[in-house]
Design a protein around this ligand. Structure first.
Ligand code: PGA
Length: 254
C-alpha cells in the first residue's frame, strides 16, 4: 500500500473553553493555519456544540474544518439534551467524533450505539471519527487486540462499505489519554497495522481509511508517531487548547 494518504490533525477540545478564550485560540489557529494546513495535511477542531456558530464564523474562510465531539444515535425526536448530526451540519460542521473513551466510560456507550452514531453522522454528511482503544488493565491482561477488534467489528458489521469508506478511525489507548504517557511509536504502529488489516479484511476499499493516533500527542512526540507507516495523523486533546502546541503538531504532520 502506498503511503499517499492525506494526514489529519484534529483537536478535541473536550469540555473546555468559553467564548472569549475560544476566539483567541481560533484566531491564532487561523493565523497559523496557512503554514500548518498546507499540502496534504487536513486540520480540524471539534468544539463543544454551543460554540459551533463561533467556529463557523471564525473559520469559514480558513483552511480549517470543525466539528462536534459526539452526536445523537437518532436523527431527531424526543431525546432531551441530545444534539443531532444534522444540527451540527447546519453550522458547517464536517467532523463528528463518536465513541470517545470518555463517552464509553462515563455515559455507558456500547459499540453498537457508537456504530449508530457513525451512521447518523454519515447521513448528515459529516465524517465520523470513530474512536477505539483499550484500558491499561486490558492491555496488561493481553486483551488489547480482542477489545479493539470487537470495537471496530461492531462498526464494520453495522455500516455499508460505501459508508465505511468515508469514516476516520482514531486509535486512542485509554491509558494514554490525558496522562502525558503516550503509546510508543511501536505500540501505536502495531495497533494501526492491526486496524488497517481488519478494515481491509472487510473490503479492500477500506485499506485507505485514515487511522489517527490519540493519547498525549505533544509537539515533541508528534513527528515520530506520525512518521509510522500506518499512522495518518492524530486526535489531539490537551495540546489542542494551546495554539502554539497545536500548530507545532500540525507542522509535524507535513
Ligand atoms: P489527550 O487526549 O491528547 O489530552 O491525551 C486525546 C483525546 O482524548 O482525544
Amino acid at each position: 500500500m502506498s503511503k499517499q494518504r492525506a494526514k489529519w490533525v484534529v483537536g478535541n477540545w473536550k469540555m473546555h473553553g468559553r467564548l472569549a478564550e475560544n476566539e483567541v485560540l481560533l484566531r491564532a489557529l487561523v493565523d497559523g493555519a496557512g503554514t500548518a494546513a498546507t499540502g496534504t495535511v487536513r486540520v480540524g477542531v471539534c468544539v463543544p456544540a454551543p460554540y459551533l456558530a463561533q467556529a463557523e464564523a471564525l473559520l469559514r474562510e480558513a483552511p480549517l474544518v470543525w466539528g462536534v465531539q459526539d452526536v445523537s444515535a437518532y436523527a431527531e425526536g424526543a431525546y432531551t439534551g441530545e444534539v443531532a448530526a444534522g444540527m451540527a451540519a447546519d453550522f458547517g460542521a464536517t467532523l463528528a467524533i463518536v465513541g470517545h473513551s470518555e463517552r464509553r466510560a462515563y455515559h455507558g456507550e456500547r459499540s453498537e450505539v457508537v456504530a449508530l452514531k457513525a451512521q447518523r453522522a454519515l447521513d448528515a454528511g459529516l465524517t465520523p471519527i470513530v474512536c477505539v482503544g483499550e484500558t491499561l488493565e486490558q492491555r496488561e491482561s493481553g486483551a488489547t487486540q480482542a477489545v479493539v477488534g470487537a470495537q471496530i467489528d461492531a462498526v464494520l458489521a453495522a455500516l455499508p462499505v460505501a459508508g465505511l469508506a468515508r469514516i476516520v478511525v482514531a486509535y486512542e489507548p485509554v491509558w494514554a489519554i490525558g496522562t502525558g504517557k503516550s503509546a510508543t511509536a511501536e505500540q501505536a504502529q502495531e495497533m494501526h497495522a492491526f486496524l488497517r488489516a481488519r478494515l481491509a479484511s472487510k473490503d479492500a476499499a477500506l485499506a485507505d481509511v485514515p487511522l489517527l493516533y490519540g493519547g498525549s500527542v505533544k509537539p515533541d512526540n508528534a513527528q515520530t508517531l506520525f512518521g509510522q507507516k500506518d499512522i495518518d495523523g492524530g486526535l489531539i486533546g490537551g495540546a489542542s487548547l494551546k495554539s502554539q502546541d497545536f500548530l507545532a503538531i500540525c507542522a509535524a504532520a507535513r
